[in-house]
Design a protein around this ligand. Structure first.
Ligand SMILES: Nc1ncnc2c1ncn2[C@@H]1O[C@H](COP(=O)(O)OP(=O)(O)OP(=O)(O)O)[C@@H](O)[C@H]1O
Ligand SMILES: [Mg+2]
Length: 232
């Protein structure tokens, strides 16, 4: 579903991604692991066109979409939840969801009601302003908002970061439910334990380069890679 080949990215003079290649097949949850500043967010931003790639190719469902603008990629079916959430603080929960809603291509898809099944707290806070929600609730709203857009591929940037352990477990469980519902996910995370609990395969990025990729079972068994690049 997603093929990234030889991606390079820069911020001005500073070259931060080097020859990043990765693939995500339909129905997979793939995680991109790495410590602070490793290049996880930049990889997602380059895929979604927020940071246009300096070189390399991005293909979505076989189509070359390299550097295409984020709204066009959203229309093609890629949902993106940035690490800073970007919910509308002055709009209510209901309004945040309604402006992002987009019918599914086939079948029922993700409706507001179905999303409330995952995040019941959002139903209780429908009339509350986004800016008045707790950090964890804002994370749920950002994810809910991406879902009602009915993406085929979801790019999640550190959805578990900064959450209390109980909430990490709850949200990880919800990501598993998304996978069971057939959604394809690329998950950038620093929380290695939680990410490996939900993913099928993993890529490890460090210093802007992919250092390892393999199944979750392989990475769990590879102490050296985990120690060298992930400090776990
Ligand atoms: N807007 C920017 N301008 C200049 N350099 C940036 C910018 N954003 C990120 N960088 C640099 O690019 C490199 C990769 O950063 P990136 O945010 O992709 O890492 P990350 O893996 O997402 O880290 P974190 O876990 O802290 O979110 C880092 O060296 C960072 O300092
Ligand atoms: Mg980041």
């Amino acid at each position: 579903m997603l093929e990234v080949e030889g991606l390079h990215a820069r911020y001005g003079q500073s070259h931060v991604l080097f020859d990043v290649s990765l693939r995500v097949e339909r129905g997979e949850v793939v995680c991109l692991l790495g410590r602070n500043g490793a290049g996880k967010s930049t990889t997602l931003k380059s895929i979604i066109g927020v940071v246009p790639p300096a070189a390399g190719r991005v293909r979505f469902k076989g189509e070359d979409v390299t550097g295409r603008e984020p709204f066009l990629l959203a229309r093609l079916g890629i949902g993106y939840v940035p690490d800073d959430r970007r919910i509308f603080a002055d709009l209510t929960v209901a309004e945040n969801l309604d402006i992002a809603a987009r019918p599914a291509a086939g079948g029922e898809g993700w409706t507001r009601e179905r999303v409330f099944g995952l995040f019941p707290v959002l139903r209780e806070k429908l009339g509350h302003k986004g800016g008045h929600l707790s950090g964890g609730e804002q994370k749920m709203l950002a994810l809910a908002r991406a879902l009602v857009g009915n993406p085929e591929l979801l790019l999640l940037d550190e959805p578990l970061e900064g959450l209390a352990p109980l909430l990490v477990r709850a949200l990880a469980g919800q990501i598993l439910r998304l996978k069971a519902a057939g959604l394809t996910v690329l998950l950038a995370e620093q929380n290695v334990g939680a990410a490996l609990g939900v993913a099928d395969r993993a890529y490890v990025i460090d210093d802007g380069r992919i250092r390892y990729h393999g199944t979750v079972a392989d990475l769990k068994a590879n102490d050296e890679v985990r120690r060298r690049y992930l400090l776990v």
